[in-house]
Design a protein around this ligand. Structure first.
Ligand code: TRP
Length: 445
């Protein structure tokens, strides 16, 4: 069996977790979902969901990980609850599931970096997206993206993930900040800010049933919750740092980057008179690319923008692969590089349908954030708050320097309100899944 690795520093853990959280969810989906669901109204619900539901849930994952120092399945056994391994197994499955299409989108991003260099998408952005998003091109770049992920994960926790994310996360923040400043200088940008930052409460209350499941689902996806990514990362913690402190930092930075991305994308679109209210997998690619086509220096700005998206996507994708690799090397006598290559290959194959048909990709995505992730979060919360209970409280308090009351508040929130909110999200999400619009529950053929 291999000697288990640990993070070299506390900052290393935090940055890796932020890297996992900050990804396509923040830059690709968040600004567009915000636009689709009424701008600032959605933003408010999202921030409440991230703090009120996301934070207690991320702490629950940290508790399992740090207490057990094991992967997402074996952790439950180590904590004395073998029967709960199914929650970890669902997480492992979800890891394969999400990374398979996430990597396809990562491939699109690679293609758009090239497209910015050559100016290929400038003439007809929608047509370009149609050509590159599905088919052999998409498949080839899906392979390249997966290979990059495999290389980082194969290098290990300290030498691979920690080193990479220490560089990647600060770069994301600095570059997005610079782009936000650039977007500010565009004529017409102020309409974007008005839309993003001034809430319409009537619209909010009229559409609460639609907004809440999306906002909560988005918070889970964006914080990488519900499949053991945070369990796995926390399992490499060595020492008693404050989990509360880490959790708050991660939730804050994750929301901050989402908002920063909104401050880049929405002014950019409004400045060009492009309606951001177009949903779907291709939104960021078509409308943002269209905006770059019309601004001075668009080629360079486009290149920088898609480069940040790539960095964010990579730093998230490595956490998804790490979940499954960690499970394999904890349990079998195999090396990390072998498993990274093998499991990366399996995930590549699972992503083939998504690379060949964007409808399939949309269906994978919908099922993940409306079903697998909320169910995973629910399982983890019930386990930590109700089944595990007292030792969980002990673990969350360790190294926190806080009064017992804070821990008890967390435990009771996790036992009650948070669980109710997750169940409500699942029910509402289910309604739209079965009764509602496409993508339907039946996969596209
Ligand atoms: N959080 C990432 C994003 O916003 C995606 C991601 C990485 C993820 N690991 C995860 C989502 C685990 C759910 C579960 O893009």
């Amino acid at each position: 069996m291999n000697e288990r690795e640990t993070w070299a520093t506390r900052a290393g853990f935090i940055l890796a977790a932020v890297g996992s959280a900050v990804g396509l969810g923040n830059i690709w989906q968040f600004p567009f979902k915000t636009a689709q669901f009424g701008g600032a109204s959605f933003l408010i619900v999202y921030v409440i969901a991230a703090l009120g539901i996301g934070l207690p849930a991320i702490l629950a994952e940290f508790v399992i990980g740090r207490r057990s120092n094991l992967n997402t399945i074996s952790a439950f056994e180590k904590l004395g609850h073998k029967n709960w391994r199914f929650v970890g197994a669902l997480g492992l499955f979800t890891g394969f599931w999400i990374l398979s299409y996430y990597s396809v989108v990562g491939g699109w991003v690679l293609r758009y970096i090239g497209g910015s260099l050559t100016g290929a998408y400038f003439g007809a952005p929608a047509k370009y997206f149609g050509q590159i998003s599905a088919g052999m091109d998409a498949l080839a770049l899906h392979a390249v993206f997966m290979a990059l992920v495999v290389v980082i994960v194969a290098a290990g926790i300290e030498d691979g993930i920690e080193k990479a994310t220490k560089l990647m996360v600060p770069s994301i923040i600095v570059i997005l900040g610079a782009l936000a400043i650039f977007a500010f200088t565009l004529p017409g940008a102020s309409e974007g800010y008005a839309y993003f930052l001034s809430p319409d409460f009537d619209a909010l209350f009229a559409n609460l049933g639609d907004i809440v499941p999306f906002a909560v689902g988005q918070a889970f996806f964006s914080l990488s919750l519900g499949m053991g990514a945070m369990i796995t990362y926390a399992s490499y913690i060595d020492g008693d740092q404050s989990l509360f402190g880490d959790g708050i930092t991660i939730v804050f930075l994750n929301s901050f980057v989402g908002i920063l991305a909104g401050l880049v994308v929405l002014p950019l679109l409004f400045a060009q008179g492009i309606d951001p209210n177009t949903s779907g997998a291709g939104a960021v690619f078509i409308s943002v690319a269209g905006a770059f086509a019309n601004i001075p220096g668009g080629q360079a700005i486009g290149l920088i923008f898609f480069l940040v998206v790539l960095i964010a996507a990579l730093s998230s994708a490595i956490s998804l692969l790490e979940v499954v690799v960690s499970w394999a090397i904890d349990n079998y006598d195999v090396t990390r590089p072998q498993m990274a290559i093998l499991l990366g290959g399996v995930i590549f194959l699972l992503g083939v349908p998504s690379a060949l048909d964007t409808a399939w990709l949309g269906w994978f995505d919908t099922l993940a954030y409306k079903f697998f992730l909320p169910v995973g979060v629910l399982g983890i919360l019930i386990f930590v708050a109700w089944v595990y209970g007292a030792p969980a409280l002990d673990e969350v308090m360790k190294g926190s320097g806080l009064g017992e009351g804070v821990g008890l508040t967390w435990l009771w929130l996790a036992r009650t309100l948070v669980i109710v909110a997750v169940v409500a999200t699942l029910v509402l999400g289910f309604q739209t899944l079965f009764l509602g619009e496409s993508p339907a529950i039946i996969p596209p053929i």
